[in-house]
Design a protein around this ligand. Structure first.
Ligand code: NAD
Length: 469
């Protein structure tokens, strides 16, 4: 694979700067690849070719576009073992989670979304006029490191399916899976200029891309800080913007909740992917009267996970993805201890196990503490207690974020509480999300939705046609 090159105008080409960024394996801490450290010149070339390719791609019959994209997804499914290996090397994920969620799960969702794309109505007769749904043009896709494949498939595939052309900038921390994605599109016969991939840093590539005059839409998944900067840049050029940002999602426990279900659902999100999931339920908010039972249930459930060397078969989660992430999570654990939260289990990591951090549960957390307000992005849970349900809901909403939420308790009461929580989704008890449900945030967690038909419609704009009668 051409890992030291960008894919622009149907060709793999070296970055203009001739400079490169090392990619680290977080398990061995070895440098395993180099990717381009591209700059504005590569961005200009990529956007120019996406711009030139747009009219023909937008005019291609939707069925032809979908057939090509399904072929690309199938190509990846046929090579899932290779993709899993690459993803594990760059992210440090164990085999089971890498296969089930990162690769097989995301590819299945992408294929299902392409089935739904076949049902999109591009022309609709309204009362005395027509409505046409049309692509925006050139879409810039900026993706984070924590789900290296899923964040790309949930942007690039629907954008292309709806007739846009794309410039992708994957995260420079986990960019290698993106090369498989590019190869899949090439193998399926993507026409020259329809898809570009330019690697590099946020400041060298993401910034000029988001502000480029020929980019019509910017879709960004990443931190709230990065998203706000991107949105500022893109809004100067009046571009369509979609932001999928950070979270500090509450899990509200009501009287009568099944604590086995609650502790499993919460700890799964804290431990899977080493806690590096935007929608992780990092604040468990429970009645004070249930303190003892809640803590016992969490400790019992915690015993069933193993965090360690992800190359070992029985391990559920490996290290966090980078030294930077390790230092950040460690810093938050120190802050929690200093602020007086009770360390129910876990410790301040000592650095003797690479970037591995054993799960930490803080209890008796005050919602104003930094560990309750800031996204930690590691295996750290804060447990908070409330006197009555109204206070519980108020604590759940006392955050700048609004990405996900969960409520545990008698079904109808739980549903009523879920309606009061300002977040883009709410899981009730053991509720399961079918992959193609809409996903996205309220408040500082962003705007716009990904997934299924909602994630397709984001890449279309609306034109009204008034006919002469
Ligand atoms: P990040 O903001 O550092 O980077 C995301 C991407 O944007 C990267 O490609 C980066 O190079 C680029 N970028 C960052 N700042 C930029 C800037 N100022 N200008 C231009 N480009 C810039 O985020 P990250 O650390 O890679 O990812 C973790 C974050 O992503 C977490 O906050 C997590 O919650 C969030 N996330 C959200 C979702 C969601 O769907 N809401 C999903 C996954 C991750």
């Amino acid at each position: 694979m051409e890992q030291e090159k960008n894919y622009i105008n149907g060709e793999w080409i070296a970055p203009q700067s001739n400079a490169y960024i090392d990619v680290e394996n977080p398990v061995t801490q070895e440098m395993i690849a180099k990717i381009p450290k591209s700059d504005e010149r590569d961005v200009d070339a990529a956007v120019a070719s996406a711009y030139a390719a747009f009219p023909a791609w937008a005019a291609t019959e939707p069925e032809k576009r979908l057939a090509l994209l399904k072929e690309a997804i199938q190509w990846m499914m046929d090579r899932s073992d290779d993709m899993i290996r690459t993803l594990r090397e760059e992210l440090g994920a164990p085999q089971g989670f890498a296969k089930r969620v990162h690769v097989d799960g995301n590819l299945k969702e992408a294929m299902e979304q392409m089935e739904l794309a076949g049902e999109i109505e591009y022309v609709r007769e309204e009362d005395g006029y027509e409505v046409w749904m049309e692509p925006y043009g050139v879409v810039a896709c900026l993706t984070p490191w924590n789900y290296p494949l899923g964040q790309i498939t949930s942007k690039v595939i629907p954008a292309l399916a709806m007739g846009n052309t794309v410039v992708l900038k994957p995260s420079s921390q986990t960019p290698l899976t993106a090369y498989w994605f590019a190869e899949a599109l090439i193998a399926a016969g993507i026409p020259k200029g329809v898809f570009q991939m330019v690697c590099g840093s946020g400041s060298d590539v993401g910034d000029p891309l988001a502000g480029h005059e020929k980019v019509d839409m910017v879709t960004f998944t990443g931190s709230t800080k990065g998203g706000a900067e991107i949105a500022r840049r893109a809004s100067e050029g009046v571009k369509q913007i979609l932001l999928e940002l950070g979270g500090k999602s509450p899990a509200l426990v009501l009287e009568g909740a099944d604590l086995e279900i609650a502790s499993k659902r919460v700890l799964d999100t804290i431990i899977n992917n080493s806690g590096q999931s935007c929608s992780a339920l990092t604040r468990m908010i429970a009645p004070k009267s249930m303190k003892e039972e809640v803590e016992r249930a969490l400790l019992d459930r915690l015993q069933t996970y193993k965090v360690g060397d992800p190359t070992q078969e029985e391990v559920d989660a490996g290290p966090v993805q980078s030294k930077k992430q390790y230092d950040k999570v460690k810093g938050f654990i120190e802050k929690g201890v200093k602020a007086g939260a009770n360390l129910l289990t876990g410790e301040i990591p000592r650095g003797d196990a690479g970037y591995i951090i054993q799960p930490v549960i803080f209890t008796d957390v005050d919602n104003q503490m930094e560990i309750a307000q800031e996204e930690i992005f590691g295996p750290v849970l804060s447990v908070l207690y409330y006197e009555d349900e109204e206070e519980g809901v108020a604590i759940a909403n006392d955050t700048k974020y609004g990405l996900a939420s969960a409520v545990f308790g008698p079904e109808e009461k739980a549903k009523a509480a879920a309606r009061k929580i300002r977040a883009g989704n709410a899981t009730i008890n053991d509720g399961k999300s079918p992959g193609n449900a809409p996903f996205g945030g309220y408040k500082h967690s962003g705007y716009g939705r990904e997934g299924g038909k909602y994630g397709l419609l984001e890449f279309l704009q609306t034109k009204a046609i008034f006919r002469q009668e």
